[in-house]
Design a protein around this ligand. Structure first.
Ligand code: HEM
Length: 121
């Protein structure tokens, strides 16, 4: 064990750290872009911002496609983050499994609801 550093280090784990780290940053960048696009449209709005204005922002086809992509990115982003938190802090495997399943059900449910709302506009 005293030699366990540098090139002799024993690498363990599932080896998906870098992929997850990168996917969380890429999805975060997409969410930032989306937030800026929505903000610009709101700032450019003259007059009161009611339901009609919100609906018109999301009703064009390109905005629906972008919002749909952002919903998927958000689900993946939050799943990677929450799974890391459960893996880091919840040691009993059965409790961790329950929390992970709850997270998946919650995120998929929210995404489904969001997509349903989006395509009703
Ligand atoms: C524009 C929006 C967002 C940006 C720019 C963003 C950015 C980030 C970044 C860079 C990380 C990695 C932090 C680290 O590894 O130290 C992260 C982690 C995380 N994000 Fe987001 N995020 C956004 C929205 C969200 C939303 C809406 C949710 C939940 C629905 C969320 C849930 C999480 C979770 C659970 C983590 C893991 C936290 C941790 O490891 O302690 N993020 N986010």
């Amino acid at each position: 064990m005293s030699d366990n550093y540098g090139y002799k280090r024993t690498v363990v784990g599932a080896h998906y750290g870098l992929r997850d780290w990168l996917s969380q940053r890429v999805t975060a960048a997409l969410m930032v872009l989306f937030t800026l696009i929505v903000l610009v449209q709101l700032v450019l709005t003259k007059g009161p911002i009611g339901y009609d204005r919100w609906a018109s922002i999301f009703s064009s086809q390109w905005m629906k496609v972008l919002t749909f992509s952002v919903i998927l990115a958000l689900v993946w982003h939050a799943w990677v983050g929450m799974r890391n938190i459960w893996m880091d802090y919840i040691k009993p495997v059965s409790l961790r499994l329950v929390l992970q399943i709850f997270t998946i059900v919650w995120l998929v449910g929210c995404a489904g609801w969001g997509i349903q709302v989006l395509w009703r506009l």
